[in-house]
Each structure stands twice: as structure tokens, then as C-alpha cells.
Design a binder for this molecule. Structure first.
Ligand SMILES: [Fe+2]
Ligand SMILES: [Fe+2]
Length: 447
């Protein structure tokens, strides 16, 4: 199996190249962040067949650094440079001017690695994006053709059109596919973005519909949350993702304000058929708002800030439920993560607080609450010494911790133990005690 090092800082390109290199060329792919990391690896593993790299990564002259190393060490390793030029080209180097032309990168790699073009043509590079089948339960029609993927052989797939652009379809027909075990539909790559916009608009209409009862609303908010967070991670903020997140957040706040009993609402959320990431977010927002109400904190935007922070605090851990559960340094060390995952958990609060700054509608100060949500002032790692943090951050930390414990209890069962005792121990300052006591009051009141 050919070994290939890939240095590509653009996430979308990295995903596209990774999936195609591994699926269609069957290479053993090694990701490196920059030339320095790649050279460290080459020093111990000189049997690499090919290196694919951006010309520059974060100010590092990556392609030239690698090229000089290969020349100096007489290494006959092929090098594909994406965009830009090499100071000194060699027989083993190829430059691809358009650094987004992933198809060219794949075909060039195939040539270099001696993979027959005919084999490649037969395998056809995937031109489809998978979309969870359940998304279609919220639609009655679609603005593009929709396909299912059928396995032809161990390595080949065929795409068969199942829904035509503009055709009406019923919820039952989608349910039938799902009952047969279909998890994903596929839409053509070039239509995916428009499909996402179409879907978010439909979801916004549905969430705002006065015809839904609370349970139905929670259900659709949960689905919308999954879609919105995925889209934001893939494409960043655009008018559709912003509209969709705002609708969800708005409804989290309204839903809380209308609901006379916190425990009742929490119950509905935790028992809904929605993902854990959404449940954690929605419940954290509800508990934090309830504590704020109880403490009579004077900030008029407090509820909105809590809902925004709850929505976005773990967005960097999207799809990684195992990572979102980690809430202390001890748990992080015990979890035996890869270096990459460890870094991600360590930095996720800080990274999410940077990301939310691009969301113009988020109330001022939301980024701070997100940055503090594991107790560390700079959003890196974990801390129990939260007494110096602003009140809203403290409330959020305690609400978030409480919700993590509730979900853990739901998942693992066991003896119910008073979570607040654990909270008093974990956050021993007088300020934290006031907040935990407020939480206790709201819990007692609602039984
Ligand atoms: Fe979290
Ligand atoms: Fe977190």
C-alpha cells in the first residue's frame, strides 16, 4: 500500500482529498499540519511514496522546505505542490496551479503511484454528498435530484435516482427507506449547498409554525440543531445558517419563558428523540435561565446570552459525543485520546468563542461565556477556581455541569445522588455556593 503524506490546511479540500485518496487510490494516508511535522516524520520514515502539500501553511514556506530536504537527502519521493511554484523543480515534483482542483490532485497522484487510469475511471470519483435520510422527514419535496447508493462490488458503488427535483413525496415513503436500514440519501455535490439552504428555510418555517405542540417543536428543533451545527462547521456562517440558529435560539428562550415548570421542560427534552448534543445545549440553556431568574440577575439579555452560549459552546466537538462529556482535566487524561483529539478538547472552548465572534447577531459577551465554560479564563483546559469569572459565566458553568450529570445519569442509570453536593465540592467558593443554592431552590420548587 502506497504511503502518502498530506498537508492541506483548508478543511473542505482536506476532506475531499482524504476520502478520494483512501477510497479510490487505496493509499495509506498520513496527515501532517505543516512541513516541519512532515520532515520530523520523514526523518524516521523515509519510505514515503508521495507528499502532497500547500505551497505555504500559516506563513511557513512548506513546499520549498520539503523540496530542499528531499534534494539534500537524495530522497526520490514525489512531491505535489498545490498552488504557487517551487524555487527549484525536480523530476519528482509536480505543481498544480489551481489549489482547489482536487480532481487533478487525485488523477496526478494516481499517475505518480502507478495506478491505472482505467481502474480509476471505473471507480468514478464520488460526486455525491451523503445526507442523513431523516432530514427528508421534514420535507415534502426537494430542490434537487436525490439518489441512493448501491454497492456493486467490494469497492464500487452505483447511484440510483429515487426522488426527482420538484417531486412531492410522503413522510411514509421516507420511513419505508429508513425501516429497510437506509441511513443516507445522496445529493449531487454541486447541488448540496442549495439543498442545505432549501432545507434550512423549510425548518425555520416549521419551527415557527403555531400548529406544533411542545414535543413536536422540541423534535424539530433538535433536528434543526444538528443540521445547523453541521452546516456551520462545513461552510461557516451564511444568511441561512444564521437564520436557522437564531430561530432555534429564539425558540429555546420563548419555550423557557412559556414553560411554568423547569423539570417538566427538561423531562420533555431529555426524553425526546433528539441527539445528545442538542439535549445538552437546550437543557443547559433552560437550567441557566432558571437560575438567573431565581437570582434576579439584572442583565436584560441574560436569557439570550445563555441560549446562544448553550447552542455554540461545544460546536468544535460537533459529532463527537465522547469528547463533549469530558468535564475535567482528570477525565481528559483518563480518556486516552489521540494527540489531535486531546488538543481539540483542550482548546475547544477558546476556539468556539473565536468562532462566535463571526456571528453578528450574538449578544455581546456571549463569546466570554463560551470561553469560560470549563472554568479556564483563556478557554484552554479546565479549572475549578471559577470565583474570578463574571456571574453569567459562573451560572453557565454550573448549569452545564448539572446537565452533564443529568445526562450521565440517564445513560448509565444507578443510584440517584444529589448532583448539587458534587457541585459544592467541585466549586468551593462562596459565589459559586450562592448559584448552586439557587439551582437547588429551583429544583425543589418544581417537584
Ligand atoms: Fe458541553
Ligand atoms: Fe465543552
Amino acid at each position: 500500500m502506497a504511503q502518502v503524506i498530506l498537508i492541506e490546511s483548508n478543511k473542505t479540500m482536506n476532506d475531499l482529498l482524504s476520502i478520494n485518496l483512501t477510497t479510490y487510490l487505496g493509499v495509506d494516508l498520513i496527515h501532517r499540519k505543516n512541513a516541519q511535522e512532515a520532515l520530523n516524520l520523514l526523518a524516521i520514515l523515509p519510505s514515503i511514496d508521495l507528499i502532497i502539500t500547500n505551497t505555504q501553511v500559516e506563513g511557513e514556506d512548506s513546499a520549498n522546505l520539503i523540496n530542499s530536504y528531499l534534494i539534500e537527502n537524495n530522497l526520490e519521493i514525489s512531491l505535489i505542490v498545490l498552488g504557487g511554484k517551487l524555487a527549484q523543480s525536480t523530476d519528482h515534483s509536480v505543481t498544480i496551479q489551481n489549489d482547489k482542483d482536487w480532481e487533478k490532485v487525485i488523477s496526478t497522484s494516481a499517475k505518480i503511484l502507478g495506478i491505472n487510469e482505467e481502474v480509476l475511471a471505473k471507480k468514478a470519483i464520488p460526486d455525491y454528498v451523503q445526507v442523513p435520510a431523516r432530514y427528508f422527514l421534514n420535507l415534502e419535496s426537494c430542490n434537487c435530484d436525490v439518489f441512493i447508493r448501491i454497492k456493486k462490488s467490494a469497492t464500487e458503488f452505483q447511484y440510483v435516482k429515487r426522488i426527482h427535483n420538484g417531486d412531492q413525496f410522503s413522510k411514509d415513503s421516507i420511513m419505508r427507506y429508513m425501516d429497510q436500514g437506509l441511513e443516507f440519501f445522496h445529493v449531487p455535490k454541486e447541488h448540496h449547498k442549495n439543498f442545505a439552504i432549501f432545507l434550512s428555510n423549510k425548518l425555520v418555517d416549521k419551527i415557527d409554525s403555531p400548529l406544533l405542540n411542545e414535543t413536536q417543536k422540541i423534535q424539530i428543533m433538535g433536528e434543526s440543531y444538528d443540521i445547523a451545527t453541521k452546516e456551520i462547521m462545513n461552510y461557516g456562517f451564511n444568511s441561512e445558517t444564521i437564520q436557522l440558529t437564531d430561530t432555534i435560539i429564539d425558540n429555546m428562550v420563548k419555550n423557557f419563558e412559556k414553560s411554568p415548570e423547569m423539570s417538566n421542560l427538561l423531562h420533555k427534552v431529555i426524553n425526546s428523540k433528539t441527539g445528545t448534543a442538542y439535549q445538552r445545549s437546550h437543557m443547559t440553556s433552560v437550567v441557566a435561565c432558571e437560575v438567573i431568574k431565581n437570582l434576579k440577575l439584572p442583565d436584560p439579555l441574560a436569557n439570550e446570552k445563555m441560549a446562544f452560549a448553550a447552542f455554540f459552546h461545544d460546536i468544535m466537538l460537533n459529532d463527537r459525543d465522547d469528547l463533549s462529556k469530558i468535564n475535567s482535566f482528570e477525565e481528559l487524561e483518563k480518556s486516552q485520546l489521540s494527540e489531535e483529539d486531546w488538543d481539540l478538547v483542550f482548546n475547544h472552548a477558546n476556539l468556539a468563542s473565536q468562532l462566535i465572534k463571526n456571528h453578528n447577531e450574538a449578544p455581546v459577551g456571549t463569546d466570554e461565556i463560551i470561553r469560560h465554560h470549563h472554568g479556564a479564563f483563556n478557554g484552554k483546559g479546565f479549572s475549578n477556581a471559577i470565583e474570578k469569572l463574571p456571574d453569567l459565566s459562573k451560572v453557565f458553568i454550573i448549569a452545564h455541569h448539572f446537565v452533564l450529570e443529568l445526562i450521565k445519569f440517564k445513560e448509565n442509570g444507578g443510584e440517584p445522588k444529589p448532583v448539587t453536593e458534587e457541585l459544592f465540592k467541585r466549586y468551593p467558593s462562596a459565589d459559586a455556593a450562592i448559584i448552586i443554592k439557587a439551582l437547588e431552590r429551583t429544583l425543589k420548587k418544581k417537584k
